[in-house]
Design a protein around this ligand. Structure first.
Ligand SMILES: [Fe+2]
Ligand SMILES: [Fe+2]
Length: 295
């Protein structure tokens, strides 16, 4: 099967970097006096451990279908990186629980979605099982478009520094964001390798994009209601999201929507978004990566 995407990164070598974060001093509202912005970003910690473990499972299922050695190496590197991301965000979830915000009711729903609804279907015939795996790769590729978009935003978000956001959380967001930018092509290239058709790519985004928005809105509502210091005082709204994004604490909702639409262009390739050089520059200096290297 030919790869029809441009061979723009044939020297991509993905290295799963070990990291070490110390969450013991993380305040519940790690963007000071900004509980709405804090919890909107915190939805990442609700979704990613289960979501990224699911990415890993899908890619392991897809691995035997790969007929390109370079791509196979990239898929293996992607699996290694996403496994570490999932565990890093899991540590934050554990910290939230220790601070009296119990994330488990929401996480149980996410686990059900990824493990049951989107999980492997062993009873299908071999042919239909293959189709099912490729369909899920299309879903991962669409979500990876957004993780790269968010990663690029995290690397270029001086508003968070101005607001005095916790340095360890900023490092988590930027280390993870940088690796998302670094490996932003892998899921898309895997999809094109398995099915170069445009329809499956569109279907992945038309399902994945709205689902992600839905889960995010539900996650923000859940965290604001579960925060023991807020007593349900803060009601999320799009107007609030817009105002907070104007202060540079969240991505602009309109830019996010436009980014999703760019994925539908026929000539789209993930390398058109974000900067690998900037991502690698951050990864070379990330305090968490250096702390792990020192041990
Ligand atoms: Fe990730
Ligand atoms: Fe990723």
């Amino acid at each position: 099967m030919p790869r029809t995407a441009p061979e723009v990164h044939t020297d991509l070598v993905l290295e799963p970097r070990d990291v070490r974060f110390d969450w013991s001093a993380l305040p519940l509202h790690w963007i000071p006096d900004e509980p709405f912005a804090t919890h909107t970003v915190n939805v990442l910690h609700l979704l990613l451990p289960e979501g990224e473990r699911w990415f890993v499972e899908v890619f392991k299922e897809a691995l035997p279908l790969v007929r390109d050695e370079q791509l196979r190496e990239e898929v293996l590197g992607f699996i290694g990186q996403e496994s570490i991301h999932a565990e890093a965000h899991q540590e934050v979830l554990d910290h939230l629980l220790a601070q009296g915000l119990d994330p488990r009711p929401y996480v149980r729903q996410i686990a059900w979605l990824f493990q049951r609804v989107l999980g492997p279907k062993p009873r299908l015939t071999a042919r239909r099982r293959r189709e099912n795996v490729i369909e899920r790769v299309a879903f991962v590729a669409a979500i990876e478009h957004f993780t790269a978009f968010l990663g690029n935003w995290a690397l270029n978000s001086p508003g968070l520094d101005r607001a005095g956001a916790d340095a360890t959380m900023l490092d988590l967001l930027r280390w993870h964001g940088a690796e998302e930018v670094e490996h932003r092509s892998v899921a898309f290239d895997l999809l094109v390798h398995l099915d170069p058709g445009y329809l499956r790519r569109v279907r992945g985004m038309l399902l994945g994009g709205p689902l992600l928005v839905h889960l995010w809105v539900r996650g923000v509502r859940f965290l604001l209601a579960a925060d023991p210091t807020l007593d349900g005082r803060i009601r999320p709204s799009w107007q609030e999201a817009w105002q907070v994004s104007r202060r540079g604490l969240l991505p602009d909702p309109v830019q996010s929507l436009r980014s999703g639409l760019r994925y539908l262009r026929r000539g789209y390739h993930p390398t058109q978004e974000g900067s690998s050089a900037q991502a690698l520059g951050y990864l070379a200096t990330s305090p968490a990566a250096r702390a792990a290297a020192a041990h």
